[in-house]
Design a protein. Structure first.
Length: 539
């Protein structure tokens, strides 16, 4: 079967000049093939955001458990990224890319068949293993086909596919949940995955590394222990089941395992002949600083993004579709700004567009600090538009400057690392900000509770009105009306506390994102004019 498909592809390539390497159109066809798969991979990381409330109800679990649908995906994605370089070198870039697409598509189908939260989280991990191959290998395929002087624009267009799926994901997810069921948010990936497989099989050419290296299994195990231990500790520090909080035996053991895993990882990577992560890459100053920026960006941005759909649905009463539609302009504006940023990067360098994007995003997150129970649509949309426009100015220039002096033979691992830091930052951010949200909700409930005085005339007047409202709307005795009025008041205080906590988290996210400007200022890359000297890829 495979030999027959290969012969069919060979005849198609021979009869179509644009499919032949060396043709002017071929790099752009490679870009299209990778963009389809990238669109699919990012789509399912965002489509779930508007489904958290639905999944919580469907499986009868708490929000801190449902968050693991996002956290587990991003964590497994991060663990898989460094292994993608070895897989590409060993199996071939095309074969590895197509295998990632197949695994992701299979995982999506299995997610739709999940029977409880544990099975859903497990299949989400399978999804992430495929996505963890698609992103870095796809980026490597693009950088291999495009010359340095066109790479910024190409990566800018590649960012459009990511931005479009980030924007369309919540909208598509909201529509499917409102009109069908939560299962369909995973089924939608299956036809896209099949299309990506067909296009990738026809367009992409195979490339294998001349040198085969052994796989660093100990390094992968050590890194997994480090990341999982730290994520578990951050996510469950204030979980409902963890009555002892941050000092519980479980949390302390997770922190301890994380420290041991980190030390073991650094030792193994320093001494093994073929490390999972080539730490010598961080000798390149721009690459190291670019990774720091991506980690901080992921921590602040992706760690806070999951809050907005929760706020819109819980506090403003939006449906999943309405909450998803809010994100639609973000991807459009990112698609507009990404090619512009790529062109600016190719002309004057990366510092200016990256700093502009980071500061604009930090400002958008800070504006979210003032969301309330009565926020109008423009108060929600303006920060979203700012964020979308700012995102387009970050990814392409940062990716280009980070790998500008990395040898071609190390490109797969380098591009994997530029994604792993962002994804790990995002998974840590979701875990950390989720815990922070729980902590701040408790704080604000306590503060609001202390402000309520049983002897206050205003309090007694409000309770009397609530009692009359309860009697008029539901009937019952005066005693039951008092109980209902107290429940209404507590519900109101809970909503106020939640909104105030969301504002606190957005404030911290804004400060974290703004802090990413500091390593950008330290970039060594020289501003270059069009037609000036370009960085040379040296093997």
């Amino acid at each position: 079967m495979f030999s027959g498909l290969s012969r069919l592809r060979g005849r198609l390539v021979d009869s179509t000049p644009s499919l032949q390497p060396g043709h002017a159109s071929y790099p752009w066809l490679v870009l299209v093939a990778t963009c389809i798969a990238t669109f699919m991979g990012v789509l399912d990381s965002t489509i779930v955001n508007v489904a958290l409330n639905k999944l919580t109800v469907a499986f009868g679990v708490s929000t801190d458990i449902t968050e693991w649908v996002l956290t587990a995906y991003m964590l497994a994605f991060g663990v898989m990224l460094p292994a993608s370089g070895w897989l590409a070198d060993h199996m071939g870039y095309k074969a590895t890319f197509l295998a990632g697409v197949f695994i992701f598509t299979l995982g999506s189908f299995l997610c739709s068949l999940s029977w409880d939260m544990s099975s859903l989280i497990f299949f989400r991990v399978l999804q992430a293993l495929g996505a963890g191959v698609i992103m870095p290998v796809g980026m490597t395929l693009i950088t291999r086909e495009f010359p340095p002087e066109k790479r910024g624009v190409a990566l800018g267009f590649w960012s459009i596919s990511s931005a479009a799926s980030a924007s369309l994901g919540p909208t598509i997810g909201g529509y499917l949940i409102d009109n069908y069921s939560w299962h369909t948010i995973f089924d939608v990936n299956v036809p896209v995955g099949i299309l990506a497989l067909l296009v990738g099989f026809i367009v992409l050419r195979e490339h294998k590394s001349e040198k085969s290296r052994s796989f660093d299994l100990l390094g992968l195990i050590a890194m997994t222990v480090f990341l999982c231990g730290l994520n578990l500790a951050l996510a469950d520090g204030n979980a409902a089941w963890n009555t002892d909080g941050w000092t519980s035996d479980f949390i302390l053991c997770c922190f301890g395992a994380s420290i041991v895993g980190l030390v073991a990882f650094l030792v193994v990577e320093s001494w093994t002949e073929h490390p999972l992560i080539d730490l010598s890459l961080y000798k390149d100053r721009d690459f190291a600083l670019g990774n720091i920026v991506l980690f901080i960006f992921g921590l602040g941005m992706f760690g806070s993004t999951f809050l907005l759909p929760l706020y819109l649905q819980s506090s403003l009463g939006y449906t999943p579709l309405q909450a998803g539609m809010v994100f639609l302009p973000m991807g459009v504006l990112t698609a507009v700004s990404a090619p512009i940023a790529g062109a600016i990067n190719d002309r004057i360098g990366a510092r200016v567009p990256i700093m502009f994007g980071l500061l604009l995003m930090a400002a958008s997150l800070f504006v979210n600090r003032y969301l309330s129970l009565f926020s109008e649509i423009e108060q929600v949309m303006i920060p979203i538009c700012m964020r979308g426009f700012g995102m387009g100015f970050i990814f392409a220039p940062l990716s280009a400057v980070s790998i500008s002096r990395i040898p071609q033979r190390k490109m797969a691992q380098a591009s994997g690392l530029t994604n792993i830091l962002r994804q790990i930052g995002g998974s840590f951010g979701i875990a950390l900000f989720g815990t922070m949200l729980t902590t701040r909700v408790k704080f604000h409930i306590g503060s609001l509770g202390q402000a309520v005085s049983l002897y206050s005339p205003s309090f007694n007047e409000v309770m009397a009105r609530l009692s009359r409202f309860a009697i008029d709307s539901t009937g019952g005795t005066a005693g039951s009306a008092i109980s209902k009025s107290q429940a209404l008041l507590m519900e109101r205080l809970g909503k106020l506390a939640f909104v105030a906590a969301v504002g606190d988290v957005f404030t911290i996210a804004a400060l974290v994102t703004a802090a990413a400007v500091i390593p950008v200022l330290l970039l060594k890359e020289s501003h270059r004019r069009a037609g000036g000297p370009r960085p040379v890829m040296v093997d």
